[in-house]
Design a protein around this ligand. Structure first.
Ligand code: HDE
Length: 707
């Protein structure tokens, strides 16, 4: 797509300021002659209040920060476009869901939830997956996560959830981590959280890349067609590169080696023309099937297994442009689940209903004014005309005498639109109910879906879940909280609970004090609100396991090539061309920075010296032959560690000719029969091993590698 064809880019350009070849000025446009020295009474005297240039510069600086988002503070964003591949006209009248000729501009922002703006990308956490569609009928925001369910069922509990996971208020510890007492105190008392909680214990919470995770709208929404008929819908994003994660050991180390790992990866991929893509899918449920499921469609802690309602792929999103300016775009973008367009509507999911209020409200404190829609990144691509007026930072100059409706003085403008002309009207849902503050009993199954999720995982994924629980609960200092958690995990899966209990050295209690579920009101009958028994309405759901994702491509993967002077040109050039053909990236790592020469005296620029990089930042390792090179590499303990770590993290390793001597100095010597450790193998075999992401068959054997 030509950039100039993109409506949003055209509009953003109007606001883009470029200082290239321009004189430095004050905010008033006054050319500046000296921005290094303040005005003083003598070269060693006090500064003068008169110095308006100093005052302007410092005052601007003093006010550079705005409040960070209370949740999802750390995020990365990118521009792109959405294309519809199949119209769902029979279900929705939304232009974006019916017009296959459109390319709708989007801005997507991915985020961690709990950490502050400067926290590590690799925290064990849910990831936000928010997409702003700048449609011809107004802006639609689909503000979702990378997991298909949420922790709680009612908006009323959101502040409690967030307060429990955020750093503890007395000591402001820990940063960007759920592994602490207050979180598990809350989780163990509000058992509706257990489903999302077990997802957070899985590899989904430590993605390899933002480009390799799924996205979910989570809530049930409605689609409304031209005849005004409604269907329930859940929205899905499926990454073209498949769903892949790192191990916890890598996550911990990446946090130290490059805490911007995900942000950098997204930026670099787009910058190098490897545009991230996701397929867009819908699960559509007819109104008459609303009560056909063993769970309530309005309960956001439940997913709809794809075996019960398949995901129909109807479109694709491509992110093809990095922001010009992080603050102006990624930081100031304001997502509002309440931004919808005709053809899409809300359900009564009580979590969604609360969100409709919260996001607008939070922008007022974050961005400071109801005019936040006028910030370029938040402007729709269609013109907005309304009677909302004034407020801080009004950027427009609304013409005319009237700012009310109806009017005659303004010719009745801006005027109303009929529904047939695109005017929005809410779905006319029939309601006959008591006003009541309660939780629907149909929301009380808290164990069946965590159990379905756990059953659906591959053995290596299940082990990671057990390890994660053991780590997180091991960080809790109150035994009663850990015991309560162990008892609850036992309700999900007995073997899992036993493994975690053994790792912690804390026994699973026979019973725990009632009530288990305290997420109810003081006058509610406690017994009525206990979680129902675990039921098995589906043994396994294939879509829940990463073992069933795509393993075809190695595009954008980072392949570390360990070299020193004298490495084999022929080994290297064969591998390089094979890897680059598959659109993966070769990164040369040598004992020092600068350049390195092959055995045919060809000079190459080094991407990183071994002292500045770490094994965990790469997807696979290759060691070409060449006596001189290998003999040098062997002298450096960090190369040995580098390979041992790649081995431990179940990555593909290939060595050619003398490269084997380096492998022999590592634990790799015991893994020569491993299908992803290739000695003088073919480039094809290596590429296939990388595409598999990891060789998990190795997992148990590498546990004892001490790195
Ligand atoms: Fe959010 N959430 N949330 N949330 N959320 C915010 O809005 C809130 C929930 C999600 O990249 C805040 O602009 C409430 C579910 C994402 O800018 C805030 C409730 C889901 C982002 C807020 C929820 C999300 C946010 C903080 C329970 C997945 C980042 C700053 C009723 C479907 C968007 C802001 C971005 C951000 C409130 C629950 C996803 C405070 C009250 C469920 C991806 O308004």
């Amino acid at each position: 797509m030509e950039k100039s064809e993109n409506d949003k880019i055209k509009r953003l350009k109007r606001h883009t300021v470029d200082g290239e070849n321009q004189p430095l000025t004050t905010r008033q446009g006054l050319k500046v002659n000296d921005t290094n020295n303040s005005l003083k009474s003598g070269s060693r005297g006090a500064s003068l209040l008169e110095d308006f240039i100093l005052r302007e510069k410092i005052t601007s600086f003093d006010h550079e920060r705005i409040p960070e988002r209370i949740v999802h503070a750390r995020g990365s964003g990118a521009h792109g476009y959405f294309e519809l591949t199949e119209s769902i006209e029979q279900f929705s009248k939304a232009g974006i869901l019916t017009d296959t000729n459109r390319k709708t501009p989007v801005f997507a922002r991915f985020s961690t939830v709990a950490g502050s703006k400067g926290s590590t990308d690799l925290a064990r956490d849910v990831r936000g997956f928010a997409v702003k569609f700048y449609t011809q009928e107004g802006t639609w925001d689909l503000v979702g996560n990378n997991m298909p369910i949420f922790f709680i069922q009612d908006a009323m509990k959101f502040p409690d959830l967030v307060h429990s996971v955020k750093p503890e208020p007395n000591k402001e510890i820990p940063q960007a981590a759920s592994a602490h007492d207050t979180f598990y105190d809350f989780v163990s008392l509000a058992t509706e959280t257990l489903h999302n909680q077990i997802w957070v214990m899985s590899d989904r919470a430590i993605p390899r890349s933002l480009r390799m995770m799924e996205g979910f709208g989570i809530h049930t929404y409605r689609l409304i067609n031209k005849s005004g008929e409604s269907h329930f819908v859940r929205f899905h994003w499926k990454p073209v590169l498949g769903v892949h994660s790192v191990t916890w050991d890598e996550a911990v180390k990446i946090s130290g080696a490059d805490s911007d790992f995900h942000r950098r990866d997204l930026w670099d991929a787009i910058d190098s023309g490897e545009f991230p893509q996701w397929e867009f899918g819908v699960q559509i449920i007819p109104e008459e099937d609303e009560h056909k499921f063993e769970f309530d469609l309005l309960d956001p802690t439940k997913l709809i297994p794809e075996e019960m309602v398949p995901v129909k792929i109807i479109g694709k999103m491509t992110l093809n442009r990095n922001p010009e300016n992080f603050f102006a775009e990624t930081e100031q973008v304001a997502f509002l689940p309440g931004n919808i367009v005709p053809g899409i509507d809300f359900s009564n999911d009580p979590l969604l209903q609360g969100r409709l209020f919260s996001y607008r409200d939070t922008q007022l404190s974050r961005l400071g004014s109801p005019n936040f829609h006028q910030i370029p990144i938040n402007q729709p691509v269609v013109d907005a005309h309304h009677n909302q007026r004034d407020g801080q930072m009004q950027m427009n100059i609304p013409k005319g005498q009237t700012a009310y409706f109806p009017n005659t003085l303004g010719g009745g403008c801006p005027f109303l639109s009929k529904i047939s002309e695109g005017g929005f009207s809410s779905y006319e849902e029939r309601i006959d109910a008591k006003k009541i503050r309660t939780r629907s009993k149909s929301f009380s199954d808290h164990f069946s879906q965590p159990a379905l999720f756990y059953r659906s995982l591959a053995p290596w994924e299940q082990k990671h879940v057990a390890d994660a629980y053991s780590f997180e609960l091991g960080k809790c200092t109150h035994t009663h909280i850990v015991q309560r958690m162990l008892w609850l995990i036992q309700q999900i899966d007995e073997d899992l609970a036993e493994t975690v209990s053994a790792n912690l050295g804390i026994a699973i209690p026979e019973s725990i004090e009632q009530p288990i579920n305290q997420a109810i009101g003081a006058d509610s009958n406690v017994e009525d609100f206990q979680p129902g028994p675990k039921i098995n309405y589906l043994d396994k759901s294939a879509a829940l396991s990463q073992a069933n994702t795509k393993f075809k491509s190695i595009a954008t993967r980072q392949i570390a090539v360990l070299v020193s002077d004298g490495f084999s040109e022929s080994d290297f050039s064969d591998m390089k061309s094979a890897i680059q053909k598959e659109k993966a990236q070769i990164k040369l790592i040598a004992p020092t920075g600068g350049t390195v020469k092959s055995d045919s005296n060809k000079e190459y620029k080094i991407d990183a010296s071994i002292t500045t990089t770490e094994s965990v930042l790469y997807d696979a390792v290759y060691i070409p032959g060449g006596n001189k090179s290998v003999n040098e590499l062997i002298k450096h303990a960090k190369f040995i560690k580098f390979i041992n770590e790649a081995l431990k993290h179940c990555k593909a390793i290939a060595v050619d000719n003398e490269g084997e001597q380096l492998l022999d100095r590592t634990f790799g010597k015991d893994f020569k029969a491993d299908k992803a450790v290739l000695i003088n193998g073919t480039t094809k075999e290596f590429i296939e091993a990388i595409a598999k992401h990891r060789n998990w068959d190795r997992m148990d054997k590498v546990d004892n590698i001490p790195v």
